[in-house]
Write a protein that binds this ligand. Structure first.
Ligand SMILES: NC(=O)C1=CN([C@@H]2O[C@H](COP(=O)(O)OP(=O)(O)OC[C@H]3O[C@@H](n4cnc5c(N)ncnc54)[C@H](OP(=O)(O)O)[C@@H]3O)[C@@H](O)[C@H]2O)C=CC1
Ligand SMILES: O=C(O)[C@@H]1CCC=N1
Length: 279
């Protein structure tokens, strides 16, 4: 399906690298099928060339010109700038795949001024270890074939779920931002472990294995999270003591509020752009 297809990454940062590494490692794409470009960081392009054997260019126009698939991998606030540069070059036979948070496919279509196939995606940083939970959705002019192509690409970095674009804000709050929540809890656990005298290495190993075990158990059992945490708790025991503090401090409620804030920010980014197109 992707044989002889050329893929251009517009934006060559952290997410672009994770996807490039996955595609090459899983042999879904050969290095010579990839070209990457960015705003100005030449050392970064040299690093990607050297590490992955891909082609790079400082010209976004040149990258788009040779591509069958254009992956938008810049920050959302830089999309307008990039669109001005690439919109003349881009054409309806190409597929545009966007990683941009809070950026609708219709906004991208309008910026590119084309009836072009756009697939919007939301991966997460676990892409770096091939464990992203990526959601993809289809824009107005994208076909089922385009969805299949995008799914094949993103399977290189983890699982792929196809959903309606209307789900993208909640997906961003849950799985897009999701890794950060768990890293934050990990930080708290590490701090307490070390303050109480464990070595950083022992603390890290114990916490990582605990998270891994939780993820595996959740995948393998039909039990609810409540049943599972109650299983850990003995009456009058240590976990109950911990939960007493969690409940007293409203930790679950604050955490839910935090996730809602991420979902809200995603829709807010989208609304800013909708109003920008109306101006
Ligand atoms: N990080 C995350 O957890 C996730 C991020 N995303 C999305 O992925 C996208 C990329 O994020 P991430 O990889 O973390 O970002 P990075 O900051 O690591 O990379 C951004 C890249 O965009 C380039 N760039 C900046 N301005 C322009 C421009 N005008 N035209 C073209 N390229 C430009 C930068 O080039 P230079 O270095 O030269 O300035 C850099 O290569 C974002 O849209 C984000 O919303 C999606 C899911 C998860
Ligand atoms: O924080 C952000 O905006 C991006 C989108 C999801 C994760 N990181």
């Amino acid at each position: 399906m992707l044989k002889n297809k050329k893929i251009a990454f517009i934006g060559a940062g952290s997410m672009a690298e994770a996807i490039i590494a996955g595609l090459i490692r899983k042999e879904i794409i050969f290095p010579e099928q990839i070209i990457a470009t960015n705003k100005s960081n030449k050392e970064r392009l040299q690093y990607l060339e050297k590490t992955y054997g891909i082609e790079t260019t400082s010209s976004q126009v040149e990258a788009v010109d040779v591509a069958d698939i254009v992956i938008l991998a810049m920050k959302p606030k830089h999309m307008e700038d990039s669109a001005v540069t690439i919109r003349k070059q881009i054409h309806e036979d190409q597929l545009v795949v966007s990683l941009l948070a809070g950026t609708s496919s219709s906004y991208i279509e309008s910026l590119l001024e084309k009836e072009i196939a756009v697939i919007r995606t939301m991966p997460n940083t676990s892409a770096h270890v091939g464990e992203s939970a990526t959601v993809i959705s289809k824009g107005t002019f994208a076909s089922e074939e385009h969805v299949k192509i995008a799914a094949t690409l993103f399977q290189a970095i983890g699982t792929v779920t196809v959903l309606a674009e209307t789900d993208m804000d909640v997906v961003t709050g849950i799985s897009g931002s999701g890794p950060a929540y768990f890293y934050y809890f990990t930080e708290a656990m590490e701090e307490v472990a070390q303050e109480a005298g464990l070595s950083p290495q022992d603390a890290k190993e114990l916490i990582c294995q605990t998270i891994l075990g939780v993820a595996k158990r959740l995948i393998q059992t039909d039990k609810s999270p409540k049943e599972l945490y109650e299983e850990v708790m003995s009456p009058g025991g240590t976990t109950e003591a911990a939960f007493h503090v969690l409940k007293e401090n409203g930790v679950k409620e604050s955490f839910k509020e935090a996730i809602q804030a991420s979902i809200h920010r995603s829709s807010e980014l989208g609304n800013d752009k909708k109003s920008a197109t109306l101006k």
